[in-house]
Design a protein. Structure first.
Length: 227
């Protein structure tokens, strides 16, 4: 029976010094540190038997996949099923306790089981699992890499482990450029392995953040050149 592994990789640090909840907004690229994280992933897993690489169409995911794809001489596919989850707070800048100080936003917090502020967990899991299954079939007997975002990856893991979707975002085991590896025997999932190839590069304050906020004004010109 064929042994196949599908690696779910979270993107690297984003150039986002203002701390905007960017969600699906275009124009958010990796920071200088984020590019280093992506290179580290390529260094750590670029020797593996990876035959398929795909990523969310958002810039930060495509840029994270690029070094690995170059190392493997593979193209990077854009799979919309791997995209970030929808969120009604997209585009806002958050400060600690900011939501609680704004009564107009409370209605969006009424049901954490869905959640009421964005794309339902079940829908996230459904589209992510479809992307995983497609990658497993394409890479059967080998390995595949899918670059996505924290909540979609964590929701997928919760589903596969039979756990409730409702959770504390600070307790997600899915830091920047982490790798959640799904190991299959045929079409049966046998093991989930988590690793952090760029863990030493992740700032302490960012390890529990729900979205990436890094970079400084000095990087803006560099990021514009990379765009």
């Amino acid at each position: 029976m064929a042994q196949t592994t599908v690696h779910l990789v979270r993107h690297g640090e984003v150039h986002n010094p203002q701390g905007v909840l960017y969600g699906r907004s275009p124009g958010y690229h990796l920071s200088k540190l984020g590019h280093r994280m992506a290179e580290r992933v390529a260094e750590q897993i670029g020797h593996r038997d990876i035959v398929h690489v795909a990523a969310s169409p958002l810039e930060r995911a495509q840029e994270t996949a690029a070094p690995l794809a170059r190392a493997l001489d593979l193209p990077v596919g854009a799979d919309p099923r791997l995209i970030e989850s929808e969120n009604v707070f997209q585009g806002e800048t958050f400060t600690r306790g900011g939501l609680l100080r704004s009564p107009k936003k409370w209605k969006h917090l009424r049901n954490p089981f869905e959640p009421s502020w964005g794309e339902p967990y079940r829908e996230i899991a459904t589209r992510m699992l479809a992307a995983v299954e497609a990658a497993r079939v394409v890479a059967e007997g080998h390995e595949a890499v899918l670059v996505s975002h924290q909540l979609p990856i964590w929701t997928t893991r919760l589903h596969l482990e039979g756990k409730r979707y409702v959770h504390d975002p600070r307790k997600r085991q899915c830091t920047l450029c982490s790798v959640t590896s799904l190991e299959y025997e045929g079409s049966t999932l046998t093991r989930i392995v988590y690793s952090e190839p760029a863990g030493d590069l992740v700032p302490a304050h960012a390890r529990k953040d729900a979205f990436s906020s890094g970079g400084d004004p000095a990087e803006e010109t560099e990021q514009g050149d990379q765009a």
